[in-house]
Design a protein around this ligand. Structure first.
Ligand code: ZN
Length: 54
């Protein structure tokens, strides 16, 4: 399952970008569980270009 960022903190992450989910983090190292409402599980294709997700 992948995960999409839907939060509004654009200084931290790009809204709408889809990452690989690895437990409490994305595969590129962003934390998910501190603002879980900013993330939604998705079956859409990964769009993150960072190391780990790509
Ligand atoms: Zn990523």
């Amino acid at each position: 399952m992948n995960i999409k960022y839907i939060g509004r903190d654009s200084t931290k992450l790009v809204r709408g970008k889809i990452h690989v989910k690895k437990g409490k983090y994305t595969a590129c190292g962003a934390r998910i569980d501190d603002n879980r409402e900013d993330w939604v599980d998705t079956a859409e294709r990964v769009t993150c270009e960072k190391r780990g997700c790509k």
